[in-house]
Structures are given as structure tokens and as C-alpha cells.
Design a protein around this ligand. Structure first.
Ligand SMILES: [Ca+2]
Ligand SMILES: [Ca+2]
Length: 363
């Protein structure tokens, strides 16, 4: 009987990847969906008793993680590995059909983590993509700084903080708590200036880098305004991620605003998240962004960052605002050194922004 050798290798992984659990099963397409028996040898190779006409791999992993899958037919020849593809593990298992493996007598697979979410409880992967930034002229309650609508393509994915930065996180990095209303450590940090938020990101990057928790080539920083709105919209074009909500009835299920939170902030993560799993994007505290409150360019732009203008931009509305000021397209602004009880931020873990040098800022 012909034997078919399958296998997978896990590359050495760093501490940040300990939560990773990936398993590759091997299925036969004939009959559809029936699992073939396989045996895992001590060298992590799976030996199939029966040849599969087309190998099908099912990859289970932690959501947000991406892997490169390589294949070879000769384990002894290191040069023979060929890339089969890159996969991004979502909530459901990823099915990879290896058509080139049809009727092959030996197929050995290797997975290499490309991107591992270093803090799955705190960060959400935002994939690259294109969206329309701003609001259409007929959007209820819109302001004129939301036009012209601009089609923005983000060429890099990034992780975004699932929550606004909490007082606990801020204290751990900065050693003090600026929040005028210090309720609990799980409340969002407030009374933050743009400069303080920038310094937090820089210090956190250094700390995580030292402890080996930072994926290569990534830094903590503020989101650009485009990254913020793209993540907030989560593929939606309506006033809010949950719809147009003309009379704001649903808004309070997602956001702390002047109607349900007139006296200050609440702990993060209590209300419902947006479709991509981000909490408190709307309402709660305003979120400082990288860039300025400048007029949109219109047309189509890649990796947009707003040019120098008078004030720094912040997004999402706040606990002190009417829901009309908590729309996805709504823009707010403060001076660079201003801090208010509704001013906070959330982090992005992403590529260093190419134009960061133009921000002309040093801690
Ligand atoms: Ca917010
Ligand atoms: Ca406005």
C-alpha cells in the first residue's frame, strides 16, 4: 500500500506566542468531509495509511494570527520547501486545499507564524482594506469637516486596542494617573493630553520590546484618523456601526453619552462592541489620533494621515456629548497640550507610520 507522509512543524516560538494552539488535520475529499486516520510520529509528522487524492488541511488557531504554510516532498532537502500560501486564522478553522498535492506520494507541511497577537485579550486584528472616510451630504447631524468624502486604502493591517486605555494600563506604563475622576483602575484614563498619549505609546513600545512581546517591525502608537474610522466603521457606511439609528434609540447599547452617563466615565467593556469587537469606539472618552484636524483631500488616498493644521484630532465623541456627536464620521479637536475629563485614547500596534517624522514631536 502506498504511504503518504504528512507533517507539520512548529517553528520555535517566543513567549508571546504561548497561547497559540494550532492543529492541522488531514481530510480526504473522497468521501467528502470524512477524516482520514493518521498517526503523529515523535517528529511531528503524520503518516497516512491511505493516499489522499487531494490533501486538505484544516487549521485551527487563535483568531488574528497569520501563518505561512510551506510544503515539501523531501524532508531531507532544506532547499525544497515551497510556499503554499499565507493564511489568516479567523473564528472558524481555515481550510487549505493543496491541489498540487494530488496523487503525490509525500507531502510534508510546515507552518510559520507570521503575525501573532501578543495580547489577544487586549488587541483586535484590523485587516488592510479600503473604505470611504467622512460622511455623505445627506447624513443626519453631519458637520462640514466631514467632507469631501475620501476613499482611503490602508495597505497594512494593524492591531487595535479592544478598549480605551485604562487607568491601570496608563499607571503601569507612566507611573501616574492623570484622571481627574479616578473611579476604578478599569475606567478609561482621562485628562490625557496628546503629548501624554504619544509618550505612553513610546514607553509601552520600549517595555514590550525589552520583554520580547513585540512582533518584529511593530510599534505601539496612536491610530491615524483613517485607521480609527476604518476600524470604527467595521465595513459599515451608516451613521453608526449599528445602523443610522435616526432617533438614537440603539446608541446607548453601545456608547456612554450625555444621556446615559452625564457625570463621567464608566468601566471599559460593559456596553456592546462594534462588529469587529472593539468596545467604546463611540462615546466614553474622546480618542486622540495621529495627525491633525485638517480638511480631507477627497479622491483616493493611500495610508492617509492628515497634514499639519492648527489642532490635533480626536474621534468618537465622549460621555459628555449628545449621540449626534458620536457618529462614525464625527471629528473633534483639542490643542496638543490640552487635557479634559473626556480626553483619552486607545492604542494601535502597527507598522511605524512612514510620516511619523513629519509630526515633529519628541517626548
Ligand atoms: Ca471612546
Ligand atoms: Ca463635528
Amino acid at each position: 500500500m502506498l504511504s503518504l507522509l504528512f507533517g507539520f512543524w512548529m517553528n520555535p516560538i517566543c513567549k508571546a506566542q504561548e497561547a497559540l494552539k494550532i492543529q492541522i488535520d488531514f481530510f480526504d475529499l473522497r468521501p467528502l468531509g470524512q477524516t482520514l486516520k493518521y498517526f503523529v510520529t515523535p517528529g511531528f509528522h503524520a503518516l497516512l495509511e491511505d493516499p489522499s487524492p487531494v490533501p486538505v488541511l484544516t487549521l485551527h488557531g487563535h483568531p488574528d494570527n497569520r501563518y505561512r504554510i510551506d510544503v515539501t516532498s523531501q524532508l531531507q532537502a532544506p532547499q525544497s520547501w515551497k510556499e503554499l500560501g499565507e493564511v489568516e486564522i479567523g473564528a472558524d478553522p481555515f481550510i487549505l486545499i493543496d491541489l498540487q498535492g494530488r496523487n503525490q506520494t509525500s507531502r510534508i507541511y510546515r507552518t510559520t507564524p507570521i503575525l501573532i497577537n501578543p495580547q489577544p485579550d487586549q488587541l483586535v486584528w484590523i485587516p488592510p482594506g479600503t473604505f470611504d472616510m467622512g460622511s455623505p451630504f445627506d447624513e443626519q447631524d453631519r458637520d462640514t469637516d466631514e467632507n469631501p468624502m475620501t476613499r482611503v486604502t490602508l495597505t497594512h493591517g494593524y492591531w487595535m486596542g479592544k478598549y480605551e486605555v485604562t487607568q491601570k494600563a496608563f499607571m503601569e506604563v507612566m507611573g501616574y494617573n492623570p484622571s481627574r475622576f479616578a473611579y476604578t483602575l478599569n475606567h478609561p484614563v482621562a485628562n490625557v493630553t496628546w503629548e501624554m498619549a504619544m509618550e505612553f505609546c513610546q514607553k509601552l513600545t520600549t517595555m514590550e520590546s525589552v520583554s520580547g512581546m513585540l512582533p518584529e517591525g511593530f510599534v505601539y502608537r496612536l491610530p491615524t484618523e483613517a485607521e480609527w474610522e476604518y476600524a470604527c466603521r467595521a465595513g459599515t457606511k451608516t451613521r453608526y456601526p449599528h445602523g443610522d439609528d435616526p432617533d438614537f434609540r440603539l446608541f446607548e447599547e453601545f456608547a456612554w453619552h450625555s444621556g446615559n452617563s452625564p457625570t463621567g466615565t464608566h468601566q471599559v467593556g460593559i456596553l456592546r462592541p462594534n462588529p469587529w469587537g472593539l468596545y467604546g469606539m463611540l462615546g466614553g472618552v474622546y480618542e486622540w489620533c495621529l495627525g491633525w484636524h485638517a480638511r480631507y483631500p477627497g479622491g483616493e488616498v493611500t495610508d492617509y494621515i492628515s497634514p499639519v493644521d492648527e489642532d490635533r484630532v480626536m474621534r468618537g465623541g465622549a460621555w459628555s456629548d449628545h449621540p449626534r456627536n458620536g457618529r462614525s464620521a464625527e471629528r473633534h479637536w483639542y490643542g496638543i497640550s490640552k487635557s479634559y475629563g473626556n480626553a483619552g485614547f486607545r492604542v494601535v500596534l502597527g507598522h511605524p507610520y512612514p510620516l511619523a517624522a513629519e509630526l515633529n514631536w519628541m517626548p
